[in-house]
Design a protein around this ligand. Structure first.
Ligand code: RUB
Length: 326
């Protein structure tokens, strides 16, 4: 290896940390993309450590994979797609390092293609709930909610979208740009205008970071007030969620941790000083919880369900032993 090559070659650890850092700083964001990135990072790490250290024991391999899993899972606490993806990919026979790494690599590839396929299927299933002429409200930037909206558009339905801007990170701008580029008429509104515009809306479609055993949906901050306004106006509130976004740990009573991010996303330190806010606490929760009674349907890749069916999806479809979730 030349000096130049050695300076540009990163270690498997550095590559994995770089993905973890991307998830943490939200360069990689959205529950499905985070899960795919984590799966890909684990597969690449398994490949990397096997190629670099052909002499390691299965116990050392396991230690390294455990470190990788913990590093990835500790980046963002709310999207359950992340620990679920890591758990699905990071199971391997404790026989030889060759077998173990091959299994991880294969499972990572399978997870990524399953995830993409699930989003496509949810689009096809969910678009049946959209009628010609409908106006859809959405929040944040959910690839799976967008899959439904795009599928309806591609099916020739004449639809329009109201996108909430999604303070403080403004992911609604990404949604508005993506849908508008596809030729869908989009209005962008401030989040606090959601109830005002609800009378023009036929249905609300959002993504999910987690679905609990009770059927409550954890998604971008502001989602629950959309659900409340939709309920008040008797508009359907539909959640697009792959089965790997259901949270097995909630069966054993765990809560989903709501990530609270830096105050600097809301207001800069200079503005805090200039506006006399130095003694004011700035709060920045990234997600909220929508209770099941405000959710009409959850669209998954295996069909549509009322929130009350969440236990069946966790138990039958994810198929994990309950004690595994403790
Ligand atoms: C993203 C967000 C999305 C869900 C679902 O939050 O709340 O609605 O993750 O997205 P953030 P998808 O921008 O903080 O990651 O459907 O793409 O999985």
């Amino acid at each position: 290896m030349t000096d130049t090559a050695s300076t540009i070659t990163t270690t498997p650890e550095a590559q994995l940390k770089s993905v973890a850092h991307g998830i943490e700083d939200m360069t990689i964001r959205g529950a499905a993309i985070i899960a795919q990135a984590a799966a890909g990072a684990l597969g690449a790490y398994a490949r990397g450590i096997w190629a670099e250290c052909a002499t390691i024991t299965i116990e050392e391999f396991q230690q390294k994979m455990d470190w990788a899993a913990t590093t990835l899972v500790s980046t963002r606490p709310t999207a359950v797609s992340l620990p679920n993806a890591v758990r699905i990919v990071n199971r391997y026979p404790k026989t030889t390092v060759a077998e173990a790494s091959e299994t991880v690599i294969k499972q990572a590839d399978e997870f990524i293609s399953h995830s993409k396929d699930a989003a496509r299927r949810i689009g096809q299933i969910g678009q049946k709930r959209i009628r010609n002429g409908d106006t859809i409200m959405t929040i944040c930037n959910s690839s799976v909610a967008i899959s439904i909206i795009m599928a309806a558009h591609n099916a020739g339905k004449n639809i329009s979208v109201i996108a909430c801007e999604t303070r403080p990170r403004l992911q609604g701008h990404i949604t508005a740009a993506q849908l508008s580029a596809a030729g869908i008429p989009v209005s962008l509104i401030v989040d606090s205008a959601a109830r005002t515009f609800m009378k023009e809306v036929d249905l609300v479609i959002t993504g999910a970071d987690a679905v609990t055993i009770t059927g409550a949906v954890v998604n971008k901050i502001g989602t629950s007030q959309l659900a409340l306004a939709a309920h008040e106006s008797r508009k359907n509130f539909i959640v697009a969620a792959e089965t790997y976004k259901f949270a097995p740990a909630t069966v054993m009573g765990d809560y989903i941790e709501i990530e609270e991010r830096s105050a600097n996303e809301v207001i800069t330190p200079d503005e805090i000083k200039a506006k006399g806010l130095s003694n004011v606490t700035i709060r920045n929760p990234a997600f909220d919880v929508t209770p099941p009674e405000y959710i009409d349907l959850i669209v998954t890749e295996i069909g549509v369900f009322p929130p009350a069916m969440s236990y069946r999806i966790i138990h039958d479809h994810l198929g994990w032993d309950l004690e595994d979730t403790e």
